[in-house]
Design a protein around this ligand. Structure first.
Ligand SMILES: *Cc1c(COP(=O)(O)O)cnc(C)c1O
Length: 379
């Protein structure tokens, strides 16, 4: 099948990224940009500055946004392989697949590490964190996942960070699926390194991740990087030297990101965007309950980014059947990733609005009827 040209009529993605993007974001890619040309380098510089501004950080205090080729995972791996010395030890607060992926990286790179796990529907245990840090002075860095996209649980980084800082350790936050739509107070959360990517709440397209950190902190890690292409300080020095990515930049995603940032700025930044996503989530949750689907997470820890729904108890339900019927109606949902329950996921992020969510809900109700499922509403 020939993929259709950029249009506003692709199937709508209710996924955690890549997401549905605006037509203008797609159109921004219809150019060939010279990767070393001053116009492109000026655009990269402007994007780096606007990410710092979006985070409400003061560049005068050394904050930098470092773009790095690759998906979000590459950004996390860049931080973990660049800033942790061989003598370091990393504690990962894990309650889902992305916490586990960080652990997998540390294992791969033979970096000393430790996991502090909680169940997938439970936020990290702050008392256990405090005790672990007290008991093990060799722990140098702590990693937390802000929105654990596995379930949609929102981990309280503003309460985790102060514990980490009280013990004087470096705090690394994977904010892949939250940055840009959930306001983050860097100072209150004691964040030293934050990682996000182009194709989640900023509503750009895949191609690069970015890391926010203070230049003096990163410079103090000189000599620690284990992977050349993921060397974060090397990447920053490349931008310093000539404004360029060290290796071939994802030119088209950078062009798309510029437009995506403009749309985010026009929407009122993270709080404006967060308000739209929250509305999407609330309409989704209420509608799904009426149809008979129960959400996995308890309400207080549920983010408005993505929602996990339990498979209904009706034996004739299969996810594949529902997925196919929704796809035929123009809506793409997402399989579950939870190890502890059978679920599927529906995202509230991307260029989607309440009207899209309502169209999805109508399609879910029709599909449930076609599948002959008899689901009592969830109260
Ligand atoms: C999406 C995501 C990542 C990175 O995923 P990629 O597929 O490599 O972009 C990492 N952490 C979280 C929390 C995510 O949602």
């Amino acid at each position: 099948m020939t993929p259709s040209l950029p249009s506003a009529h692709d199937k709508t993605l209710y996924t955690p990224g890549p997401l549905t993007t605006s037509l203008a974001v797609k159109q921004a890619m219809l150019h060939d940009a010279g990767s070393w040309h001053w116009e492109f380098n000026a655009l990269v510089k402007s994007i780096r500055d606007r990410i710092v501004a979006l985070a409400c950080l003061d560049p005068a205090t050394g904050w930098e946004a470092i773009l790095l080729q690759g998906s979000g995972t590459f950004g996390v791996e860049a931080v973990l392989t660049s800033v942790v010395p061989t003598t370091g030890k990393v504690l990962v607060l894990s309650n889902g697949a992305y916490g586990e992926r960080a652990l997998q990286m540390l294992q791969h790179h033979r970096t000393h590490h430790l996991a502090l796990r909680t169940p997938e529907d439970t936020v990290p245990d702050l008392a256990a964190l405090d005790a672990t840090l007290s008991g093990d002075p060799s722990i140098s860095h702590v990693v937390a996942i802000h929105c654990e996209t596995t379930t949609g649980i929102l981990n309280p980084i503003a309460r985790i960070g102060p514990v980490v800082k009280r013990h004087n350790r470096v705090f690394i936050v994977d904010a892949m699926s939250s940055f840009g739509a959930i306001p983050i107070d860097f100072a209150a959360s004691g964040i030293d390194y934050l990682i996000s990517s182009a194709n989640k709440c900023i509503e750009g397209v895949p191609g690069f991740s970015f890391v926010l950190c203070r230049r003096p902190d990163l410079e103090a890690t000189a000599g620690s990087a284990r992977v050349l292409s993921l060397d974060l300080l090397g990447q920053l020095r490349g931008f310093d030297k000539n404004g360029q990515f060290r290796y071939t930049p994802p030119t088209h995603s950078v062009l798309a990101f510029d437009q995506a940032l403009r749309e985010l700025e026009q929407e009122g930044g993270p709080s404006g965007r967060g308000a739209r996503y929250r509305r999407n989530h609330e309409v989704l949750l209420a509608g799904m309950k009426r149809i008979g689907f129960r959400s996995y997470l308890p309400h207080p820890v549920q983010s408005y980014i993505i929602t996990s729904f339990l498979f209904p108890p009706d034996p004739s339900f299969t996810f594949e059947d529902l997925y196919r019927r929704l796809s035929d109606k123009g809506h793409i949902i997402y399989p579950g990733k939870i190890s502890q329950a059978d679920t599927f996921r529906i995202g509230s992020i991307g260029r989607i609005f309440e009207s899209d969510v309502r169209a999805l809900l109508a399609a879910v109700a029709d599909s449930v009827a076609e599948m002959n499922l008899h689901l009592p509403p969830v109260t």
